[in-house]
Design a protein. Structure first.
Length: 80
């Protein structure tokens, strides 16, 4: 299974959107500072995830969410 996920920084309150086949390991890497885009901005908390059967679908959803230009759209998705 693949996952598209949204993390929220407990430090900056910003969101990070990504996808992974191993969600638990990926979040661990974010919190260890091993991911360049999120380094020094954590700790991170997962606030949303969706499951997909293949990486193509997960990447498509990641790009769709990233294309939303305002924070309110992401927050509405999280609250569903």
């Amino acid at each position: 299974m693949y996952h598209t996920y949204i993390l929220k920084s407990l430090k900056t309150k910003k969101f990070y959107i990504g996808y992974s086949e191993n969600l638990e390991e990926r979040i661990k890497l974010h919190n260890q500072g091993a991911v360049k885009a999120t380094k020094n901005k954590g700790p991170w908390k997962m606030v949303y995830s969706e499951k997909f059967y293949n990486s193509r679908e997960a990447v498509h959803r990641e790009k769709q969410i990233k294309s939303w230009k305002n924070r309110n759209s992401v927050e509405k998705l999280i609250l569903k």
